[in-house]
Design a protein around this ligand. Structure first.
Ligand SMILES: [Zn+2]
Length: 208
């Protein structure tokens, strides 16, 4: 099991466009395995390869109630429909969330781990997660979608290790783990840097 550190804002690799995968070779398979391990450790919903510093177009999703994690190689949104407001967070912004606009449904084309060409139409959390993660592959972050005059708020008063990526109804106060940091994923310094960067970007709500 290899958990890789998750990059936090404002790391510039999060702003780079990832490159399409040409062959699903051992290196790509190893990367996917590490992405699964990292997502599991983070109790997250989605992870794009950029977030662990690899500029390849690969996304791993772990949607609650789905039996297995799903892997999307070279995912591409073919069609979007509808518009809704949702609360959202990101593993690269541990502890923060904001209100963004997302589609009601998206149709996505991608390649699976076995090399099969797949096309799916997703709704609800899966749709939101696909938009969020495919954005990552294009260097776009959820803060770019914050509604006008909206700012980020601290969704977890004392950030605790197992944060969540997109905001579903996860009870973050259970287990009484307090404000420890998961040092496999983030160092305290990185998280402090994040707060500093967010306040400089003027997208942080005050007095949290
Ligand atoms: Zn994210």
């Amino acid at each position: 099991m290899t958990v890789r550190p998750i990059l936090t804002f404002p790391n510039n690799l999060l702003r780079k466009r990832a490159i399409p995968v040409k062959n699903i070779d051992d290196e790509v398979k190893g990367l996917i395995k590490d992405m699964r391990d990292t997502l599991l450790e983070a109790s997250g919903i989605g992870l794009a390869a950029n977030q662990i510093g690899v500029l390849k177009r690969i996304v791993v999703l772990n949607i609650p109630d789905q039996v297995e994690m799903s892997v999307f190689i070279n995912p591409e949104i073919l069609h979007k429909s509808g518009r809704r407001e949702v609360s959202e967070g990101c593993l690269s912004f541990p502890g923060y969330s904001g209100i963004v606009n997302r589609s009601v449904s998206v149709t996505v084309r991608h390649i699976d781990e076995a090399g099969g060409k797949i096309k799916i139409t997703a709704e609800q959390l899966l749709s939101q997660a696909l938009e969020h993660e495919i954005d990552h592959l294009n260097g776009i972050l959820f803060i770019d979608h914050l509604k006008e005059h909206e700012m980020l708020s601290l969704s977890v008063p004392d950030y605790r290790p197992h944060s969540h990526d997109l905001n579903v109804s996860v009870d973050v106060t259970e287990e009484g783990k307090g404000s420890e940091f998961n040092e496999k994923l983030y160092t305290k310094i990185k998280v402090e840097d994040l707060k500093e960067a967010l306040s400089r970007a003027h997208i942080l709500k005050e007095a949290e």
